[in-house]
Design a protein around this ligand. Sequence first.
Ligand SMILES: *Cc1c(COP(=O)(O)O)cnc(C)c1O
Length: 385
Amino acid sequence: MCSSIEQELDALRAQSNLRTLPLLKHDGRMVVADGKRMLNLSSNDYLGLASDLRLRTAFLHTLTPDTFIPSSSSSRLLTGNFPVYGELEALLAQLFGAEAALLFNSGYHANTGILPAVADAQTLILADKLVHASMIDGIRLSAARCIRYRHNDMKQLERLLQEYHNRYRQIIVVTESVFSMDGDEADLPTLVGLKHTYNNVWLYVDEAHAFGVRGKNGLGCAEEHDCICDIDFLVGTFGKAAASTGAYLVCKHVIKAYLVNRMRTLIFTTALPPVNIAWTRFVVAQLPGMSQRRAHLTHISRLLREAVGQAGYGCPGSSHIVPMIVGASNRTLQQAAQLQQQGFYVSAVRPPTVPEGTSRIRFSLTAAVTTEEVEQLIRCLPRVG
Ligand SMILES: *Cc1c(COP(=O)(O)O)cnc(C)c1O
């Protein structure tokens, strides 16, 4: 019975696409692997907050054994709804200037729960070709029909909306704002314009990589483009720039009330530990004041992106996620190993995470990386050819 599984693993190994769990130790901004200390360029700690000891220390001072509550011991619909949940939701609604916010255990829970709850058989989902696996899984769990449009192809999306808007009760357009693997961005103003062309189109935007990083107050690309209120489902995670865990949806009251009744990944799971929510609230309250970290991140991202392009690689995008598209998986693995030798902890991103033939090194910059370190990295970039 296991032999077919073993064969499959062998095939992955032969294609240089086998994955294993890396053994790592963390030391602030650095990681130690195989006895080597390297600058961590693979983390999603975009503002450098997870590696910030002062922030953690300040938070610990707010706790007592009474308020350090390590488990909610239940779903929020039973007895797990500690007051801190509502407090964080109120803070988010206020920051976003929105009617309501709803918390989830993770971005994965959010994306696999919201779509199946709201999309029925009379719904058409139009999803960008490159949306995150969690949205794909949410779409699969829903009863809706789904069509994927070419990545960021607004003309194709416009044609699909024209063709289908009166054949379905509702259409949900699903996208990320900053895309995980290419680090490029959705055209939010055009998406909002298209949505408003019809009265049965909803917009679903995942800001996983933009929350904390983009916008004046760090609320994401929707804040930057001043279109928070135009997005029906504005989703983000606390697992990345907010240095915590969990996720949020910013939405209307009626949608929140509906999800509390229908969303299986909210109802049938133990709510996150209250101490965790308290930490998230502690961090989120400080996000608006972190524009210096955001500006530094923008600066070093531009330096690296330009250098990757000049070294001859395809380098789409415009954000702090800087891909260096190498092509073949084995060459990408070699280059990752080489950069690790030089003290930069980067990992090779390979199929099926990215399309065949587009294996890449994905530099994930954080505000804790200095300009000097980026300049050093640029000197180490292997040239194409
Ligand atoms: C990381 C990520 C998620 C998952 O969020 P978690 O909180 O880590 O589960 C969802 N969507 C996108 C686009 C992501 O990059």
